[in-house]
Write a new protein. Structure first.
Length: 290
């Protein structure tokens, strides 16, 4: 299972999948003329009249011609292996890469616009998507199709196991846990806490706040490890003791703990923070974690 902190300087290299912020397979395989396979593909046959340009991914009778395979900005990516990679993007985009090409999937009628959304999974038959639609949804992939499991203003999702999945509802201002059967409200680690990541390891559930705070689930309550000293807008929880934060250029943190320099990357072992330098090829841009 792979975890990535995906920032603008990475996505530039993946621009072939559209919008300058997407990932794709190499070559035209990513824009295969073939339709998505399976009952949940949610695409048309993708065929084009003689003499027409080749098409990419199709939905509702419309097919991408340029760029191919599609042009919607991607917001999050997650994979269990090199042949099982999911990407979530703007305008109800859910794509799957099987090692050779990308295919579009239906979203159980859930529609969303631009911005927001994250992916997380415990395995190829247990993948979650949090999307900021009109009502908001937590979508679940069971190996066959995507289904909506809850509505709310979700913009982040993560977990440690199939029965320990967490989401943050920023309008209701609460965290929710999927226990393997249903969603349960679990409250916030502290007042005004806004989670930007969930994760950890078996028996260790962590959440990170937009202020860089770290909280750990202890029994039926949250315990605070760091109240928030490094504002960020993206985080990746590597395991139960390592966390990486990132902050965009120009981000105005919601913080009562001071500010951090633009373009900052910080790493924590949950006992101390270390600042990491920007990669030599870095450019400003948005950061997402998955």
């Amino acid at each position: 299972m792979h975890r990535w902190l995906v920032c603008g300087w990475v996505l530039v290299a993946l621009a072939a999948c559209g919008g300058g912020k997407a990932s794709s397979a190499s070559g035209d395989d990513a824009g295969s003329d073939a339709p998505a396979a399976g009952s949940d593909a949610g695409t048309d046959d993708g065929s084009a009249p003689a003499g027409a340009p080749p098409v990419g991914l199709c939905r509702d009778g419309w097919c991408w011609v340029y760029p191919r395979p599609q042009g919607n900005v991607l917001q999050s990516i997650w994979g269990s292996s090199a042949t099982d990679v999911w990407a979530l993007g703007d305008h109800s985009t859910l794509l799957h890469f099987d090692g050779s090409s990308w295919k579009a999937h239906a979203t159980d009628g859930v529609v969303w616009g631009a911005g927001g959304g994250t992916l997380w999974g415990s395995g190829p038959n247990d993948v979650w998507a949090a999307v900021t639609s009109r009502a908001g949804d937590a979508l679940h992939w069971d190996g066959t199709s995507w289904k909506s499991t809850a509505t709310g203003t979700f913009d982040v999702i993560g977990g440690t196991a199939a029965n320990d999945v967490w989401a943050y509802d920023f309008h209701a201002e609460t965290t929710l846990q999927w226990d393997g059967a249903s969603w349960q409200s679990r409250g916030l680690p502290a007042p005004n806490w806004r989670s930007i990541a969930f994760g950890g390891a078996t028996g260790i559930t962590l959440t990170i706040s937009i202020n860089g705070g770290i909280a750990k689930r202890v029994g039926n309550a949250w315990g605070i490890i760091d109240a928030g000293s490094h504002p960020a807008n993206a985080a990746a929880i590597v395991d139960g003791s390592h966390v990486v934060l990132a902050q965009d250029t120009g981000v105005v943190p919601r913080s009562a703990y001071g500010s951090a320099p633009s373009g900052t990357r910080r790493h924590s072992t949950t006992t101390m923070w270390t600042r990491w330098a920007e990669p030599p090829t870095a450019t400003s841009g948005s950061c997402r974690a998955t």
